[in-house]
Design a protein around this ligand. Sequence first.
Ligand code: ZN
Length: 61
Amino acid sequence: MGSEDLVCASCSGLVIEGRCPTCRASREYLRRNSPNLSPQLFLTILVIIMVLTALAVRHAS
Ligand SMILES: [Zn+2]
């Protein structure tokens, strides 16, 4: 499993393309931590980021 293939749940684009804040945050995290990061840990962090993003959007509108 390569981190290049991760698809963002927020914008449905590839995370590495950085189309939305969630992508960019995830990509930045990967850049700092790969290749020592386990996919499971990354998914856990990604979920946390997505929840925070959803909350931020809800507060903004
Ligand atoms: Zn995205």
